[in-house]
Design a protein around this ligand. Sequence first.
Ligand SMILES: Nc1nc2c(ncn2[C@@H]2O[C@H](COP(=O)(O)OP(=O)(O)OP(=O)(O)O)[C@@H](O)[C@H]2O)c(=O)[nH]1
Ligand SMILES: [Mg+2]
Length: 295
Amino acid sequence: MCANQIQWYPGHMAKTKRNIEADLALVDMLIEVIDARIPAASRNPDLQPYTGKKCHLLLLNKADLASPRATQRWLAYYRSQGYIPAAINAARKQGLKELQTAINQASAPLLDKLQRRGRLPRAVRAMVVGIPNCGKSTVINALAPAASAKTGNKPGVTRGRQWVKTNVGVELLDTPGMLWPRFANEDIAFKLAVCGSISDGVFPIYSVACDLALLLRELAPKALAERYRLPELAGSGEEILIQIAAARGMLGAGGRVRDEDAALLLIQEFRSGRIGRITLEEAPAKVSARAEEQP
Ligand SMILES: Nc1nc2c(ncn2[C@@H]2O[C@H](COP(=O)(O)OP(=O)(O)OP(=O)(O)O)[C@@H](O)[C@H]2O)c(=O)[nH]1
Ligand SMILES: [Mg+2]
């Protein structure tokens, strides 16, 4: 497998990083949008230095594509780590009440401080940051009175910064998606690729799809078998792709099975949730029961 060859850090991301660092002085709060299917791999290590310095809200977006139970465990885990987390489906505007509660909780200390100093309450300013294509602009539009931020189903849609006013007491700064120069391991690169945060042209689609087939067989064998009517799930990733191609009638010249088409299909259908609601990584096990009970 050559997912370890995936390293994608286009020049504009270094600029995004510089802008984010400069703009941090202007905001009260960081809203870090992560992908609920990969709540660890979608966290940018370059943002770690700011954790604790600003109110830091962790938003598990695309929760509609993730396993609800796994999402609950991730929320409990991040709560136990001192974050204010919330899970939402920004595209359908679901979970906005929870998000509002999280924003209120995160901004309460700031508003208290203003009041103590005799200042008038003002809108809280938050910077929305995260990896490409995780739904930052969609989150902003879900909170704004009208769709203000450009969105699109590929990484790199937002190019510049943009302030958007909302009617929930917060002003949001949209930022371009940001990755980091070197992924710690190939597993992270693989997960970012299958969830759509790395441009399709930059990673080896076939080998990533083979790995995805194996991972789905491990995590959601029933959903995988049912989606493609696969009689058995034995064999390598390549063999599963061949079975998918055959089941879908993907045949080329001379009756050759077009497993490269199956590779693309598998990735696209995973991304759109057609195979099922699947979280690719589990929350660390050590979560106190108390944290899990909290709303
Ligand atoms: N299923 C699902 N799709 C979502 C959700 N939120 C956003 N999307 C989709 O994800 C894609 C990316 O959304 P954007 O809001 O453009 O993502 P972004 O993080 O701003 O992307 P960049 O600006 O490219 O970094 C779009 O096709 C959205 O419709 C969600 O909660 N669920
Ligand atoms: Mg955007």
